[in-house]
Design a protein around this ligand. Structure first.
Ligand code: SF4
Ligand code: SF4
Length: 355
């Protein structure tokens, strides 16, 4: 099987108008209008960015997808879920307000903004998958009521997965809090005593109160859920992840979640991925991210594995090496692609159709 991946390359510094025009052309060239049935409630999954983050897909680009879904006869709605960790996106109320601050308000976007896992991320449906890591996956409940889905992704690196593309956007972004926890729970953070300055930041952010700080930070592994928050907030990089075999397992777990989340809309889902201001960390970081690759362009496909594979190939070509493996050694983002193909989430073989 070979998938089609449509590609709108960037030519130097692109204006907002030019990127919007390319997004519209991609949507139409990929035939995404046909994914949307008449009056379908169509979920559009993007990421509004954590407070302080500036590298999420800008609202103007997402609005092109909103407008195209409506043009195709659907009823578009932006969808999101609550995060596992403490922050501005850990419940629907605060997350909604942050979305407004970042320009994703309903009036500006021309569609509602729905939190499909409820007020506090607890509402899910157990979808059977019977795969290696999970028998069921916890899918955000209201997403299962929506027949079609557009996934708008900002390609980034990721401190736990190595890479955050379309698969991760679906797997983490459309699971309930319990589902996120199940995917994260094998990771173990470790504090390097010599580097810790005992500032207490990790303890304040830990969602499980698993950290005590005296002379240095100490983690109670009986309470730790492996969310990785302490890794991201430590100002001096004193917390790392002890992965052993679980780096691969974490990526495979995400793939199983993506498979379960998409299984009832496999023929009704499109993926739009922006290789634009690709950062070392994901958009959950509460700061402007370090850009690690030149802007490459926008991709569109109905295959999540193919669109991620094409994104990796294009950034590697632009970078002149294996960008995510060099940025996050030992995190095995390759497992997302290999296991995704193995379980039938999609194919790594694709034909790039350049517009
Ligand atoms: S100690 Fe565990 S639960 Fe607490 S922030 Fe770190 S990874 Fe998350
Ligand atoms: S945030 Fe980092 S430096 Fe501060 S107490 Fe935690 S481990 Fe130590």
């Amino acid at each position: 099987m070979t998938a089609h991946v449509f590609f709108a390359p960037f030519e130097g510094e692109e204006s907002q108008e030019s990127i919007c025009a390319k997004t519209q052309r991609l949507f139409r060239s990929a035939g995404f209008g046909s994914l949307v049935g008449e009056d379908d409630l169509t979920a559009i999954k993007t990421h509004f960015g954590e407070r302080g983050n500036t590298s999420y897909v800008p609202p103007a680009f997402v609005k092109v997808v909103v407008d195209e879904v409506r043009e195709a006869g659907g009823r578009p709605c932006l969808v999101e879920t609550s995060t596992l960790y403490r922050g501005q996106r850990s419940n629907a109320y605060d997350h909604y307000n942050l979305a407004l601050e970042h320009g994703f308000g309903p009036q500006k976007m021309g569609c509602p903004l729905l939190f499909v896992d409820g007020l506090k991320g607890h509402q899910h449906v157990e979808v059977p998958v019977d795969l290696k890591h999970f028998r069921t996956v916890a899918v955000a409940a209201d997403l299962t009521l929506m027949p079609s889905l557009l996934v708008v992704t900002h390609l980034t690196g990721h401190m736990l997965a190595g890479m955050g593309g379309a698969i991760k956007n679906v797997a983490m972004g459309l699971a309930s809090r319990a589902g996120k926890l199940r995917q994260h729970s094998a990771g173990r953070p470790e504090v390097t005593d010599e580097e810790c300055i005992a500032c207490g930041t990790c303890a304040r952010w830990c969602p499980e109160d698993a950290i005590e700080v005296e002379d240095v930070a100490r983690i109670d592994y009986d309470r730790c859920i492996g969310c990785g928050e302490c890794v991201s907030v430590c100002p001096v990089g004193a917390v790392g992840i002890s992965w052993n075999e679980s780096a691969e397992a974490f990526n495979e777990k995400m793939v199983e979640y993506a498979w379960g989340i998409l299984r009832d809309k496999a023929d009704r889902t499109g993926f739009v991925t922006f290789i634009h201001r690709t950062t070392k960390d994901c958009n959950c970081e509460g700061r402007a991210g370090e850009v690690i690759c030149e802007d490459v362009g926008i991709l569109a496909s109905t295959d999540p594995v193919a669109v991620d594979q094409a994104a990796v190939d294009l950034v590697n070509e632009a970078h002149g090496g294996d960008l995510f493996a060099e940025t996050w050694p030992d995190l095995l983002p390759e497992a997302q692609l290999a296991y995704g193909e193995e379980i039938g989430l999609g194919t790594r073989r694709y034909e790039l159709v350049t517009l």
